[in-house]
Design a protein around this ligand. Sequence first.
Ligand SMILES: C[S@@+](CC[C@H](N)C(=O)[O-])C[C@H]1O[C@@H](n2cnc3c(N)ncnc32)[C@H](O)[C@@H]1O
Length: 404
Amino acid sequence: MAAPSAERERRRFGQRLLTDPARLFQHNAWDNVEWSEEQESSARSKVQENSSQLLPQDKQAFFSNGLVAVQRWLRNFMLLECSWDFWPWMFPEEYEVNAKRYWDDFYKIHENGFFKDRHWLFTEFPELAPNRTSSQNGDSLHEFSTKEESNSDGLGRCENGHCSLETRTEGQFNLLQSTAEVCTEDLAAQEHRELTQRAGDYPGSAASYRVLEVGCGAGNTVFPILQTNNDPGLFVYCCDFSTTAVDLVQNNAEYDSSRCFAFVHDLCNDQSPFPMPEESLDIVILIFVLSAILPEKMQSVVSRLSRLLKPGGMILLRDYGRYDLAQLRFKKGQCLSENFYVRGDGTRVYFFTQDELNHLFTTAGLEKIQNVVDRRLQVNRGKQMTMYRVWIQCKYRKPGTPRA
Ligand SMILES: C[S@@+](CC[C@H](N)C(=O)[O-])C[C@H]1O[C@@H](n2cnc3c(N)ncnc32)[C@H](O)[C@@H]1O
C-alpha cells in the first residue's frame, strides 16, 4: 500500500512532466525533474567553490563579545568604503545579533509587495482548509509558477537577494529606534504571559481549529487561509520577529481580530512566551522560515513549536532544498557556515536535505507523514533559459489521539 500513497504525494506537486525534451520551452515550469549525475556533481562543485571561504572560528569568538556598536559603526563605514563581499567574512555575528533589524529593513523597503499570496497552499496542505473539496483547490502548479517562481529564488525576491542594499539609509540603523522596539516587545511579552496564565482565556481560546503561522512576514499565507477557510471555529495566529512585518499584517484591511491574532515573537528566544498554551494548536506552518534561522538554533525552535501542538496536530513546512538555484548563485564570501549563506540585504538562508529535516522533526517527537523533494525546472521562454529549483515539503504529526 506504500507505493500508491507515495505516488499520490508526488502528484500533488503538479502533473506537468517533461517527457519529450523537444517540448522544453512550451511551458513555464516542469515538475519532478530528474537530475543527471553530471548535474548533481556540477552543483556539488559550485557549492564547494562558494563555501570555500568560511569565517575562521577565532574571529567569530572575538566578534561575539558585545562589540555590536563598534561593529555597526565599522559596518556603516565599510559599506561606504569597502566592497560588500568583504563584510560577511569579517562580521558573521552581525547577522545573528541584528537578524531582526535586517528583516525589518527588508519589510520597510518592500512592504507587502514582495512575497505573493499563496493559494497553492491548499493543494499542498489541505489541512489548512479541511472542509474544502479537492476540486476547489485549483491547480497548484499554475498558481505557483506564474506568480512566484518566475523570479529567481521561489520567493519572488530580486536576483540573488541583492535588491535592497543600495537603498539602505543610516536612519535604519538608528539605536533609539531599536530601543523603542525592544520596549514594545517586552510589553507584548508581558501581556502574552498574563493572558496565558489565565487558563482558557487567551486569544482564540474559544476556537475549535487553531493554526499558527511562524515567520508570517507580510501575511501572504495568513490572508489566503482566512479567505479560504470559512469554518467559524477557525482561529489563525501569526508571528514574526520583524515588528514592521507584524504591523503590515495588523494594518491590512483584511485583518480581523475576531479570527486572527498577529504578534511579535522571536523564535530563537526561548524565554519569550507564546500567547497560547501548550497542546492547543492543530497546525503550525513554516513557509521558507526555518531556513532563515541559525542552524544551531533550529532544533530548539522545532521542539518548542512541537510542544504547542495538540496530540494529532501537525507541523507543515516548505523550504529550500540542497543545491537549489539560489544556493548555486551565491558568490564566495557569502557563506557563513556549511550550506548557510547571507544575502546581499543581510538576511540569511540555509539549504536543507530531507534527512536533516527528518532529524529535526523526529527529535522533537513528531512522526513523518510526508517529506518530499520538489525538483522543478523553470523555464524563461523569452531568454530560452532553464533554472533548476529544489524545495522540500514536510508534514510531521504529533503522536496521540486528537481530543474532541
Ligand atoms: C523568507 S521570509 C518568509 C515569509 C513568509 N513565511 C512568507 O511565506 O511570505 C522569512 C520570514 O521569517 C522571519 N524570521 C526570520 N527569523 C525569525 C525568527 N528568529 N523569529 C521569527 N521570525 C523570523 C522573517 O522576518 C521573515 O518574515
